[in-house]
Design a protein around this ligand. Structure first.
Ligand code: SF4
Length: 333
């Protein structure tokens, strides 16, 4: 089980950090992939204008990258009210200090607020409960393996603790303790050498055109010690293009190294060649995305189908949970 917030079109960091793993997992495990739109509200409740469209954009990226709706269950968090119910029920056994000591909460508030007053405004009950909601996302589907980025490690630990707490409180062995699966791909740097992110405008999106991609690649920081075109370059000091070549140009690595270190090629030409490699590699994804984008109704149907499949599992989990907790299972759904 895994999810993404609908905050915009996906970039290469998402693709290599997450999606390639998902595509691999879907043939090995029963997989649930969720567009977590409620999570977007934890930091952006005052501005929801982009959420609907971003759900659609993310779905397009997932499908184009190879997530198969016939194999995996692709759904939207707000389409599964049982997740909200489990969130509420789990919050009753979540100790206050568990959520307050979450390191990511403090980081998030610091990132979102300019001063103390703003920090108070941003630190909402919903944001505080973020790890409980994420636990509910996973436990509703009794997720065992969660492919996530390293930054989500503490949240996964939180979900494990909560699963354990539920089982011990009610004397059952019901929820498995979800374990993280971290990607083996090194973190992709953005064009400026920092972490790739769309707000930093240092990213290359799956849906970008060839021209957009070339423009971004030409901005990449190279070997800072190479001043003149005639200076030999150092691939080990080349900050962004060289690591990208290792992914997109593995077949010409030796050639690039020789040409760089003997100054046979300048960084501009070298980056133009890299852009060509990236565009060639992304072409099938981009073409598939373009085709899918022509039929928004079909994408909507895929999500509705996924919501329906996911709800069947979610309903059963909540029936079990109510029973375990000694609540009434009302016969009205
Ligand atoms: S020639 Fe290529 S590999 Fe060498 S420093 Fe420039 S961009 Fe990097």
């Amino acid at each position: 089980m895994s999810g993404m917030r609908p905050t915009g079109r996906l970039h290469l960091g998402h693709y290599f950090g997450v999606l390639t793993n998902w595509v691999r997992f879907q043939s090995e495990y029963e997989s649930y992939f969720c567009i977590v739109d409620w999570h977007a509200l934890t930091t952006k409740a005052q501005d929801t204008s982009g959420i609907k469209n971003n759900i659609y954009e993310i779905a397009l990226d997932w499908l184009a990258a190879g997530i198969d709706p016939e194999v995996s269950t692709i759904y939207v968090q707000s389409g599964i009210p049982e997740i909200a119910e489990l969130h509420l029920l789990l919050s009753m056994i979540t100790q206050q200090n568990w959520v307050e000591r979450e390191p990511t909460l403090k980081d998030m508030v610091r990132m979102l607020a300019n001063d103390e007053e703003e920090a108070r405004d941003k630190a909402t009950y919903g944001l505080l409960g973020y790890p409980v909601l994420m636990s509910a996302d996973i436990l509703t589907f009794k997720g065992e393996l969660v492919p996530v980025g390293k930054d989500q490690e503490s949240h996964l630990e939180f979900a494990r603790n909560l699963a354990r707490k539920f089982n011990s409180t009610f004397g059952v062995d019901y929820f498995p303790e979800p374990r993280p699966e971290f990607t083996s791909t090194p973190l992709l740097k953005g064009t400026d050498g920092q972490k790739m992110g769309k707000s930093a405008n240092n990213d290359i999106k799956l849906a970008d055109t060839d021209a957009d991609t070339t423009k971004q690649v030409l901005k990449m920081i190279t070997d800072r010690t190479r001043i003149a075109r005639t200076d030999p370059g150092h691939t080990d000091l080349c900050e962004v293009p060289w690591p990208m070549y290792k992914i997109f140009g593995a077949d010409i690595l030796d050639q690039v190294k020789t040409e760089c270190e003997s100054a046979q090629i300048g960084c501009v030409d070298c980056k133009k060649r890299l852009a060509g490699k990236i565009n060639d590699s992304l072409r099938p994804i981009r073409e598939k995305r373009e085709q899918l984008a022509k039929d928004p109704e079909k994408v909507k149907q895929i999500l509705e189908y996924g919501n329906k499949k996911a709800r069947e599992t979610a309903k059963q989990t909540l029936r079990d949970v109510r029973e375990i907790m000694g609540l009434i299972n009302w016969n009205n759904d």
